[in-house]
Each structure stands twice: as structure tokens, then as C-alpha cells.
Design a binder for this molecule. Structure first.
Ligand SMILES: Cc1cc2nc3c(=O)[nH]c(=O)nc-3n(C[C@H](O)[C@H](O)[C@H](O)COP(=O)(O)OP(=O)(O)OC[C@H]3O[C@@H](n4cnc5c(N)ncnc54)[C@H](O)[C@@H]3O)c2cc1C
Ligand code: SF4
Length: 335
């Protein structure tokens, strides 16, 4: 690890202004991803701006505005506290399930909500500094494109990068139509719809998201929905715990009688960002909530997948995972 300055802060303006003053600085939240990357010499900040004292930990009901009746969760809230908060367990169990499917209890106790959004890819070539990687060093090439790419993307990738976003929580937030609230050094606040927050790689894979330099995530808003009891987060991984998703599915189905009024489906482990399954969602509107229809929706969604040499298996896995997540959603995961 290289030497760096440590700067504690206690207000949002102080934090954002410190970052503006030093473009080589980084915010430090739980440190569970950033410190690992510093030890591996992948991230090389000259200053860590400690934001853990910012008063941004609250979970509360939104009482005005377009997302009235939903909830807002603070960026510095711990993943564990967020998952177990009664408002979330009751109204957004999809979010609880997704967070608890990630990492380990110890890591979730340290990890923050904002840090979870901004965690970096787990592509092994990104961590291995002797290998080429356009995300780590733009212009050097992509080790995974022709390498071992079993864990990598099947949607939205480019020749420049085939990495996937590793978060579980973000997959649920995408299906829940969350909004990311951010603030810059000029004091201006922005609201970014979740599906616009993370980026596809294009030719600038070094940029994971659409934050402007220096912006700080302050909270995440989740609008009210009508599928708390008909939603499910399914994570398929190589072993039962402590592994990133091969594929994950966040599914919420709003019913009108036995018919589907709307479906919200997002996939993890398949793209550089949480992938909204728009084809499947569109197909399901107005259909009966049957396994046959869920299978057809899954077939449609996976039709446009473009596998790499080692991950063709993700297409069949994706079809089965989407179908199973939708079936489980019908009982809120209780059957
Ligand atoms: C062994 C292991 C297994 C894991 N398994 C999983 C898994 O299965 N699923 C999963 O989803 N995750 C998993 N994780 C990742 C873990 O969830 C993340 O490391 C964690 O959520 C990051 O949060 P943090 O607060 O520690 O972020 P930090 O490490 O402090 O920060 C991460 C990045 O976010 C930036 N940042 C932090 N807060 C803000 C903010 N408010 N505004 C702007 N930028 C900010 C930092 O500057 C940094 O660039 C695993 C981690 C480990 C170590
Ligand atoms: S997939 Fe992306 S992160 Fe992985 S080596 Fe290629 S450029 Fe780097």
C-alpha cells in the first residue's frame, strides 16, 4: 500500500469540497472494497476523505414529492441495518433478500449503502496488475476478452471491457426503480434514476457510473410499490456463501386478480450494470401468472444475449433463473 493522507470530515459540504480540492482523493466509507484495492495497488488515492461521521444513516418514509409513501435510505447506513430495518423488511423484502445474499455478516456490518453502489468489478484481471485491463489502465487492452471469462458479461459488453457489476443490492434497487440522490461541491443536488446510475463499458470502461467528479451519494429513494408480497431475489453462485453471483434475478410482480398488471425484473452477473429485463417485463403485462408465461418471458429476454468463449452456460442458466425467481415471487419466496 502506498502512503496517503487521512482526512476526517463531518459535513457533506466539507467532504465534497475536500474531494474537489484533490482529484486524487477518494471517499472512505466502510472501506471493504476500497482498502482491498489499495492493498492490491489497483486504487492509488493520495488522500482518503473519511465520510463515516456524516449524518446520512437514516431510513425513513418519504412524506412528500413524487416518491411519497416510499422510503429513503441514507448512503452511510450499514448494509446490515438497512436489510433488517422494519420498514424495509415489511415493504421492500426484495431489498432485504438481496443485501443478505451478498458478502458475509461481518462485511455487511461494515459496508455502507453508498459504497455498495460504487464497489468495483470483481474481474480477476482488474485485480491482477501484471495483466492488461482497460478499466484499471485505459488503453492497455482487456485480459478477459480472450481469457478466462466464465464470470463475465453476456449483455451490453464492448471489446474494451466484458466485466460485470458485482453488487446484489443494486440488482434489487434497479428492479425497485430506485433513485440515487447526490450532492456536488457547489451544493447542488441531483436525482439519478437507478437504471441511469451505472454505465455500460463502451470505450470508457474506467467509468463505472455517471457521478460527476467530487459528487457524493447522500441517499437512495425507493418509490412505493404493490408487490411487497409477490417479489423474490434469487442468486445463483458457485457455492452457498461468500461468492459473487453467476446470475441473480430480482423479480417483483404486481397482480390484478390472476393477471399480471406489471412486472419488474432485473438481472445481476450479466452486464457492466444491473440489467433491466425489459423484454420479459413487456411480455408479461396482461398475461396470466403461469410458469409457461414466465418461461416464455425468460426465453425472450435471453434471446439477445451475446456469450463469450467460457460463459455460454449463462444463457440457459438465465432462462431457468428468471423462471424460478418469478415462480418464487408468486409466494414471496415462501413456497
Ligand atoms: C470477501 C468479500 C465478499 C463480498 N461479496 C459480495 C457479494 O456477494 N455481493 C455484493 O453485493 N457485494 C459483495 N462484497 C462487496 C461489499 O458489499 C462492498 O465491498 C461494500 O458494499 C462496499 O461498501 P463500503 O462502504 O465498504 O465501501 P468502500 O470500500 O468504503 O468504498 C467503495 C467505493 O465507493 C466510494 N464511496 C463510498 N461511499 C460513497 C458515497 N457516499 N458517495 C460516493 N462514493 C462513495 C468510495 O470512494 C470507493 O470508491 C464483498 C466484499 C468482500 C470483501
Ligand atoms: S473485463 Fe474489464 S475489468 Fe476485466 S480485464 Fe477486461 S477491461 Fe479489465
Amino acid at each position: 500500500m502506498r502512503p496517503f493522507t487521512y482526512t476526517p470530515t463531518s459535513t457533506v459540504p466539507a467532504a465534497t469540497q475536500k474531494l474537489k480540492a484533490n482529484p486524487n482523493a477518494k471517499y472512505l466509507a466502510g472501506g471493504t472494497n476500497l482498502l482491498d484495492l489499495m492493498k492490491e495497488d489497483v486504487e492509488k488515492p493520495t488522500e482518503l476523505i473519511d465520510i463515516t461521521r456524516l449524518a446520512l444513516t437514516e431510513v425513513k418514509t418519504i412524506i412528500t414529492g413524487v416518491n411519497k409513501g416510499g422510503i429513503t435510505i441514507g448512503a452511510l447506513g450499514k448494509n446490515t441495518d438497512t436489510a433488517n430495518h422494519p420498514l424495509i423488511r415489511q415493504n421492500f423484502p426484495l431489498l432485504t433478500q438481496s443485501i443478505l445474499a451478498g458478502a458475509s455478516a461481518q462485511i455487511r456490518n461494515m459496508a455502507s449503502n453508498g459504497g455498495n453502489l460504487n464497489q468495483r468489478t470483481r474481474c480477476p484481471y482488474f485485480y491482477e496488475t501484471s495483466m492488461p485491463c482497460n478499466k484499471r489502465e485505459p488503453g492497455t487492452g482487456c485480459g478477459a476478452l480472450e481469457g478466462i471469462n466464465r464470470m463475465h458479461a453476456i449483455f451490453g459488453w464492448s471489446e474494451a471491457c466484458v466485466a460485470v457489476h458485482p453488487s446484489d443490492m443494486c440488482v434489487a434497487l434497479a428492479a425497485l426503480d430506485a433513485v440515487v440522490k447526490v450532492q456536488g461541491a457547489d451544493g447542488k443536488e441531483r436525482s439519478i434514476p437507478f437504471t441511469d446510475y451505472h454505465r455500460l463499458p463502451g470505450d470508457s470502461p474506467q467509468k463505472d457510473n455517471n457521478l460527476n467528479p467530487g459528487e457524493l451519494i447522500t441517499s437512495i429513494e425507493i418509490p412505493k410499490n404493490n408487490f411487497a408480497n409477490t417479489s423474490y431475489y434469487l442468486k445463483v453462485r458457485d457455492r452457498a456463501s461468500y461468492a459473487f453471483a453467476l446470475i441473480s434475478v430480482a423479480a417483483g410482480v404486481e397482480l390484478e386478480g390472476t393477471r399480471i398488471k406489471q412486472a419488474k425484473i432485473a438481472l445481476g452477473g450479466v452486464a457492466h450494470k444491473p440489467w433491466r429485463a425489459l423484454e420479459a417485463e413487456k411480455f408479461l403485462v396482461g398475461k396470466e401468472a403461469t410458469e409457461a408465461n414466465f418461461k416464455q418471458a425468460a426465453e425472450l429476454e435471453m434471446k439477445s444475449a451475446k456469450p463469450l468463449e467460457h460463459n455460454e452456460f449463462k444463457i440457459e442458466l438465465g432462462k431457468r433463473a428468471i423462471t424460478r425467481a418469478l415462480m418464487q415471487a408468486m409466494t414471496g419466496g415462501k413456497a
